[in-house]
Write a protein that binds this ligand. Structure first.
Ligand SMILES: *Cc1c(COP(=O)(O)O)cnc(C)c1O
Length: 380
């Protein structure tokens, strides 16, 4: 039996043709192809500006810096995410302040935000977990009242909307990832989308050392000396990455349709296994269907992971909460019990394969393996 991979990307021959054109051209770094991608991405989201960068981590880091967040500031975020979310806050020089998550969705619990606000709080950084958006209206209302910035970690949720709002529409900036296992990918890559044109201008300078002319400007225009008014980073997306993303972006809704069908198939089949629980998709929103996770009894979780692997099924754990990672425990004194809902999910969750190339027959096989695991072995 051939392995069912945890993830397979969707780069096709048209994308390779486009890539080939770019590689055969003279201009590999940030240029026309990146600008085309930025325009197309903004249009898809219904947002004024997109700035292409090298990763979502870079996107989060630069957004915080451009919004003036730094040393001594606090940023409220969730422990139920990839460590990049909180690391970006640390890279900016600020301190991540976690609030616990909702039991039903795993998303930051907006009810807990106000109690975490101090005089040092400068921003809220929600993560739209697995593709389901947080309650942005509520978060926006709190942010307005306390004069806080909002940076969204939308790495899972390009296709998502909630109450008619997409990522970036009522925040200062939304950050996206095109990492190897994301819904559209260039291996590595990221973007920041914002309705704030000044912020976007600042980000374009910050993503390239803080210099006031990009290589493309220097190439296409009459030579003029560039200057460096501020200190920036080397985070610019290149034409190679953009060439891979442009076609995938055109197919993004079709790819979502496919994942949505597979998601519903999983849900129907899994109803027959009483030991397995699922998080909820709230009514009236569009879930981006990025990661399909199940919750199993905590005591059995690791055994089940290994059994799935032994049966040639790729698995992952998204996520063991950030506050319990060694560096965070050691540096900030976090301990078990600090964020019990996130910890419970972290102990019970397993991510199963979900991508457009996955077949229904493979899902059937995965669910049957799970059935056998629960039927025969109660001693884990
Ligand atoms: C993947 C991911 C990131 C990091 O993205 P990179 O592009 O690899 O930096 C950040 N946050 C979340 C929630 C992610 O899943």
């Amino acid at each position: 039996m051939k392995k069912i991979e945890f993830f397979l990307h969707n780069i096709n021959n048209d994308d390779l043709l486009r890539l080939n054109k770019v590689v055969k051209s003279i201009f590999l770094t940030t240029g026309t192809e990146v600008a085309l991608f930025e325009q197309a991405f903004s249009k898809y989201l219904g947002i004024k500006q997109t700035v292409g960068v090298t990763s979502c981590t870079a996107a989060l880091h630069l957004s915080l810096l451009a919004l003036g967040i730094g040393n001594g500031d606090e940023v409220i975020t969730t422990p139920m995410s990839f460590c990049a979310t909180a690391n970006a806050i640390l890279h900016a020089g600020a301190k991540p302040v976690f609030v616990d998550v909702e039991e039903d969705t795993g998303n930051m619990n907006a009810e807990l935000i106000e109690a975490a606000i101090t005089e040092k709080t400068k921003a809220i950084l929600p993560v739209h977990l697995y593709g389901q958006m947080c309650d942005m209206e509520k978060i926006h209302e709190i942010a307005s009242r306390y004069n806080l910035k909002i940076v969204e970690d939308a790495a899972h949720s390009i296709e998502a909307s909630r109450a008619g709002l997409k990522p970036g529409q009522i925040s200062d900036a939304a950050c996206f990832s095109f990492y190897a296992t994301k819904n559209i990918t260039s291996g590595e890559g990221g973007a920041i989308s914002t309705n704030n044109i000044n912020l976007a201008e600042g980000l374009r300078i910050l993503r390239l050392h803080g210099i006031d002319k990009s290589a493309a400007d220097r190439y296409t225009e009459k030579y003029r000396h560039w200057d460096m008014p501020i200190l920036g980073w080397k985070y610019n997306m290149d034409n190679i990455q953009a060439s891979l993303l442009l076609g995938q972006l055109r197919r993004i809704d079709k790819l979502w349709e496919k994942r949505n069908q597979l998601w519903e198939y999983y849900e129907t089949l899994l109803k027959t296994i009483k030991e397995i629980e699922l998080l909820k998709t709230l009514p009236g929103l569009k879930h981006a269907r990025h990661l399909f996770t199940i919750l199993v009894p905590a005591k059995r979780r690791d055994q089940i992971l290994w059994s799935l692997q032994k049966n040639n099924i790729g698995v992952a754990v998204n996520y063991r909460p950030i506050h319990l990672l060694k560096y965070y425990r050691k540096s900030y004194g976090f301990k078990e019990g600090d964020f019990p809902v996130a910890e419970e999910i972290g102990k019970r969750t397993i991510s199963l394969p979900l991508y457009p190339k996955l077949k229904k027959s493979q899902i059937l096989y995965i669910v049957n393996v799970l059935k056998k695991i629960f039927a025969k072995n109660k001693r884990y």
